[in-house]
Design a protein around this ligand. Sequence first.
Ligand code: HEM
Length: 490
Amino acid sequence: MALTVSVMLFSLALVLITAVVAKITSGRIITDPVCALPAPPEVKGIALLRLLPTLFTEGPEATMHYLHNKLGSAFTVSFLWKKTTFLVGQEASAIFFQGLESEVTQGNLFEFTVPMFGTEVGFGVDYATRREHTRFIVESLKPSQLRSYVDPMLQEVENYFAKWEEEGVVDLKYEFKELLMLISGRCLVGKEVREKMFGQFCTLYHQIEEGLNFASFMFPYIPIPVNHRRDRARIKLRGILSEVVRSRKSLNHVKEDVLQRFIDATYKDGRGTTVEEVSALIITLIFAGKHSSAMTSTWTAACLLDHANSLDAALEEQRKIIGKYKDKIDYNILSEMGVLHSCIKEAARMHPAPPALVRQVKKHVTVRTKEGNEYGISRGHTLVHLVMLNGLLPHIYKDPEVYDPDRFRPIREEDKAAGKFSYTSFGAGRHACGGEAYAYMQIKIIFSHLLRNFELKLVSSFPKPDWTQFLPEPKGEVMVSYKRRRLPSD
Ligand code: HEM
């Protein structure tokens, strides 16, 4: 009986993986007649089937490690007529990050996000408009604007942890998801929604987020309940946001939040943004930043609480800063928290929020590898940059399996010493994360508050990544015990 169930589960998983890979790599391969270069080493047929037990028992990271060690920094996995080329390391990934839009593109790979965010942004619009929207985002999150988000972030963090008891045990993964939604509500969406209708806003946003599952990824428009809920929620959420935008415009109310920056943004031709575009941009931005920041915060906490030396160093830095500035926190003081910054960066190196990034090849490209090989990749291939392996390369990172935030501190700076594309947890090149500085700011505010006000201990075992989630996260609950205390100054 047990065997039958295992066989059924195995078959089901096989069908699912097959379908997802086929979807990701959809698009015809057109062999380029002028390409004289060899193709990368390929895994297909029986060899591919032989990998399945490793994939199921040890997970995608171990499987990719195995292939990388065996085949080098560029290799292709072929399934039916679909080809996906995986890239690891600076040399092989250069084309991924630096290639022109006419060569490598996010293309229609992200089509499933259109019914989540709307047709006015992202992959619902042409590339030129999308670039303009990226400019709006980058401008709304540049340092001069970030300064104004510190106080609202601080308020949200203080109010949130004020609700904790004198001591207790919490699932930190859950707590961070909640808190980061509150911060997004305040700094991205603004006071009106945050103060008056945040519960309703969160419920609707959650229904949109649920639209990101394997079924909807495969068939974004099939009439299943989760897609219906997603569509209804998007329309209602847009209604709420549109109301706020109209009200601000008619009453000439100007606020210090990202919503306002989008309302004030103008296209190169002088045209202003529409109410629909502003609403869709805000939903997109919450999506881009909330989950990744919550997961990076959770991994940072798990790593810090599992490594007494790093925790002591982070506490010592806070003591020094308290000695210098007392309880005051502002943008410049946050910039002085270099140790905490490295602790977060190191957690993101070992546990990157997106473990892999994806593009499609539009025109034949050449991949050059560290091993000195040159490969031709034809139009229609899918390219995958493996962030999860890129941060573990031993020629860049000393003892890459060890959590060692000092590797990013002055003198060592292992990523800078290695050069471009050595650290890709926040992407790189043309699509580098537009919210990196904002993300660090909010995570540092959370951790400086936690370190100063609580003694924390990891109660559950160190989490493993949960590969069954569409967006991987630490598996299960991440239970932490806390006890209030005041961290003294040095
Ligand atoms: C720790 C938290 C975060 C991590 C690890 C992260 C990681 C990434 C990565 C890897 C990419 C590149 C995607 C690709 O190349 O396909 C990216 C893109 C992006 N991120 Fe983040 N991100 C984080 C937080 C944020 C936040 C807080 C925001 C905004 C509030 C944000 C906004 C964006 C945007 C707009 C892009 C798209 C840029 C483009 O396509 O030009 N991210 N992020």
